[in-house]
Design a binder for this molecule. Structure first.
Ligand code: SF4
Length: 438
């Protein structure tokens, strides 16, 4: 515990995929009292992290959740997993890489499925990268060199508030020092707050991304577009846009769920990756997805190191198998193919489709989460956990693939363990139960 007042510098924010690592956090008597350099989302999390906390392990008895000892909760969780034939282990984007590592070990041990939240956001991005490959860079390169920035289907002013000030339009880089040295282009279905800052706003009809990118690729290659408009965008404007892309020195295309979750999904991403590949025959261009949760990229990385696949991994066959759409959490649950679930730092009950949620809440459910969420309230066993980047340290991956180490700023509430400790205890108890049953 920090006695008196102490200020931590270069703190990594654990909210969005920007993982800003320049925060200053002042702690007094184990309470965060002041936050500097952060956006409103980050400041709110750091000052209010004790709101709605789950404080004790819980188990469901006679239909009601009631508090229990940590040991009883571990025992109950291990028993649920030991009786399952196809458990689902889901979440992982709001915890540390170290926790994901234990999670994969547990998934293999129990012979279940493990999936992270990528399958409901940038899954199509990963499939696109499998197909096409990607021309990428760090956000630092973009900050120092990019003279043209595109935001396609994303609104960073609201979802990634410091993306523009730290890495793109409003950042001060080594070679690009001010707003006047950069051009901002926004492609979206509506004039968002980010679009209001753009030098060029392209308003596209909903669900026409693939068509517009294809037309843009044709224009970049010097081919004629024999239509007056594509996706609601006049051909003149498409040709003007192509000219801007070709004539920049260093371009960066950032894209969000407007591209990955509209019809076409991975085909849209394939087209965008191909556009950037085409542009690299004329200038320097990179493409980077706007990852949402602070460590969803870390979950992809750890799962890939350990299994060869970034998400939606099936261990039920005794070896890792991967087929998103078949082995991803929503699909498995919608088909009723899981007979228990362990949810780590995620709230699928609040955001999964109805049928998947109904099936999730009808099977034995274990949740590890710092807060009381609808998923926690539907659980049979629930563990409170320490918050990564506030009450415990851990490694996370920024949206551009740069790993960063988060720090422990305050002591967690008494007897509160980290995700890593809880998962290791469940794994240990599961192995004991299996040994006893032989
Ligand atoms: S932009 Fe994202 S990572 Fe940066 S301070 Fe805000 S919430 Fe945190």
């Amino acid at each position: 515990m920090v006695l008196g007042e102490s200020t931590f510098r270069d703190v990594v924010c654990t909210v969005c995929g920007c993982c800003c690592d320049h925060l200053e956090v002042t702690v007094k008597g184990n309470t965060v009292v002041k936050v500097r350099n952060a956006c409103a989302m980050s400041t709110s999390k750091l000052l209010n992290y004790m709101n709605e906390r789950l404080m004790k392990p819980m188990v469901r008895r006679r239909g009601r959740l009631s508090s229990c000892s940590y040991r009883d909760a571990i025992d109950a969780a291990a028993k649920i997993l030991s009786k399952s034939r196809s458990p689902l282990l889901y979440g992982w984007s709001l915890t540390s890489c170290e926790a994901v590592e234990v999670g994969v070990e547990l998934a293999e041990e129990v012979g279940g499925f493990i999936d992270n939240t990528t399958s409901t956001c940038h899954g199509p991005t990963i499939l696109g990268v499998h197909e096409i490959g990607e021309s990428s860079s760090t956000l630092g390169e973009v900050r120092h060199r990019a003279d043209l920035i595109i935001y396609w289907g994303c609104n960073p002013i609201h979802a990634h508030p410091l993306h523009m000030p730290r890495y793109t339009l409003l950042s001060k880089g080594r070679f690009r020092k001010s707003r006047s040295e950069r051009t901002l282009i926004v492609v979206d279905v509506r004039r968002t707050d980010t679009a209001k800052m753009a030098d060029m706003f392209i308003q596209i009809e909903p669900n026409k991304d693939y068509e517009l990118i294809s037309a843009l690729r044709a224009a970049v290659r010097g081919n004629e577009i024999d239509q007056d408009e594509v996706g609601g965008v006049p051909t003149d404007l498409i040709e003007e846009l192509a000219e801007k892309l070709i004539s920049c020195d260093f371009g960066a295309l950032f894209f969000g769920l407007g591209l990955t979750m509209s019809p076409g999904k991975s085909e849209n991403v394939d087209a965008a990756l191909s556009l950037v590949r085409d542009l690299n025959s004329k200038t320097k261009f990179v493409i980077i997805p706007m990852r949402g949760h602070f460590n969803v990229n870390g979950a992809n990385n750890v799962m890939t190191w350990m299994t060869g696949y970034p998400y939606a991994i099936d261990f039920t066959r005794g070896f890792p198998y991967y087929n998103p759409g078949e082995t991803s959490a929503v699909d498995l649950l919608a088909r009723g193919e899981c007979d228990s679930a362990l949810i780590v730092a995620s709230d699928p009950v609040s955001n999964f489709p109805y049928k998947a949620t109904c099936n999730l809440t009808s099977i034995p459910l274990i949740t590890i989460d710092p807060h009381i969420t609808p998923t926690v309230l539907c659980s049979d066993v629930a563990f409170p956990s320490a918050l990564v980047g506030i009450e415990t340290s851990g490694t996370v991956y920024r949206m551009d693939g740069v790993p960063l180490v988060t720090r422990k700023l305050v002591e967690p509430p008494r007897n509160m363990r980290s995700d890593v400790e809880i998962l290791k205890d469940i794994l240990r108890r599961y192995r004991n139960l299996k040994r006893l049953s032989r």
